[in-house]
Design a protein around this ligand. Structure first.
Ligand SMILES: Nc1nc2c(ncn2[C@@H]2O[C@H](COP(=O)(O)OP(=O)(O)OP(=O)(O)O)[C@@H](O)[C@H]2O)c(=O)[nH]1
Ligand SMILES: [Mg+2]
Length: 349
């Protein structure tokens, strides 16, 4: 009997999970003829990555408002079941949140004994470009994610200047998990993608440790806030101008968060959809600025935007106020009319 293979691509916030998933999905379907289903989990009230991945034509199920390794474990099981029964994928790629514990997800998937599925080794991405900085702030989390993985991919090697630094990172990771298979990759450039595909398709390594910690979202100490809005301008807004507007909003959110006592920007991201296409914007640290990916060319007069921020040490409410304040300030400055969407509780997203 053909078994559906489940592959979890874990890793801390902003380590490149969604970018990797899209590359993997493309190659697995075009080069290897596999039918790929994708499950994306986001702790916030809105989904950004799911919409972005869907733009590439994949079958995507999104689970939001909690973590599939703790509060939403039932949702993961039912979503896998639905995906299996309705779509019949050869491979399901799972993107947990950046603050999930990989072994818990492995355990939850293992619990689905009535479905013909097998798990690929647990893959955790490590952000090679900001590992040191993150390690200072999120040591417990990063160590746990590294220890619970069978395979550790040091991502973003295109941003690491010397071979020496890559080797140093590899040995630091090896010390934390001596039995893992460790390699380096760049999801953006495509390096290491074949190796990752071989691991997903062929390898049968097993997770050894089991997680015994509590709620990963609570333990992470991360504050979260989301906002959904539609905007309208009097005349067309060019791609370049829209990117400037978003960069200003993101930088202001990041700086205000740091000034309010946050020790680390987890990820500030947005999904923007207009009649000229859609794109995703990402900010991981102020120094590197905002990165854009996706397909928006030309100009647009109106569109929709979903913004989501995860930063350390701030209460959700404080971050929500920062988000709303900065969005209002910058959009008004650029004379863009906008309206904020409300969530089911009557307050803004
Ligand atoms: N230079 C470079 N940038 C990368 C690479 N992989 C991902 N990125 C960028 O890193 C940022 C975050 O990538 P995502 O794929 O959204 O990361 P993620 O792990 O899914 O983030 P969360 O879902 O928020 O935890 C984006 O701006 C990506 O374009 C890489 O290999 N090289
Ligand atoms: Mg993601």
């Amino acid at each position: 009997m053909r078994l559906t293979r489940i592959a979890q691509i874990a890793g801390f916030l902003g380590s490149g999970k969604t970018t990797t998933l899209i590359q993997l999905g493309k190659e697995l379907s075009t080069k290897h003829g596999k039918k790929v289903g994708i499950i994306v989990n986001e702790v916030g009230e809105v989904g950004i990555d799911g919409s972005f991945i869907r733009d590439f034509g994949f079958e995507v199920k999104e689970i939001v408002q909690g973590c599939i390794c703790c509060s939403l474990k039932g949702d993961l099981q039912s979503t896998l079941k639905i995906l299996y029964e309705n779509y019949g994928p050869d491979i399901v790629l799972i993107e947990p949140t950046g603050i999930a514990f990989p072994s818990k997800i492995k355990e939850i998937v293992d619990g689905l004994i009535d479905l013909p599925m097998e798990q690929a080794p647990v893959i955790a991405l490590v952000d090679g470009a900001r590992f040191r900085n993150m390690f200072k702030e999120m040591e417990h989390f990063l160590i746990k994610q590294i220890k619970e993985a069978d395979v550790i991919a040091i991502n973003k090697v295109d941003l690491i200047e010397s071979r020496w630094d890559i080797d140093l990172l590899k040995s630091a990771v090896r010390e934390l998990n001596p039995s893992a298979y460790i390699f380096s990759m760049s999801a953006k450039r495509g390096d290491g993608m074949n190796e990752l595909i071989d691991i997903i398709l062929q390898s049968n390594m097993k997770v050894s440790s089991l997680s015994d910690d509590g709620d990963s979202v609570m333990l992470s100490g991360m504050g979260r806030a989301a906002l959904k809005l539609s905007f309208k301008a009097k005349e067309d807004v060019s791609e370049a101008k829209l990117k400037v507007v978003i960069s200003e909003i993101f930088n202001e959110i990041a700086n205000a968060s740091l000034n309010s006592g946050s020790g680390l920007i987890g990820h500030v991201k947005a999904y923007v959809k207009t009649s000229s296409g859609s794109f995703k914007a990402s900010l991981l640290d102020v120094k590197h600025g905002v990165d854009f990916s996706g397909n928006f060319k030309g100009s647009a007069r109106e569109g929709e935007m979903t913004i989501y921020a995860v930063v350390k040490d701030l209460k959700d409410k404080v971050l929500e106020n920062i988000l709303e304040g900065k969005v209002e300030k910058i959009l008004s400055q650029y004379r863009l009319d906008f309206s904020l969407e409300e969530n089911e509780h009557g307050s803004h997203f």
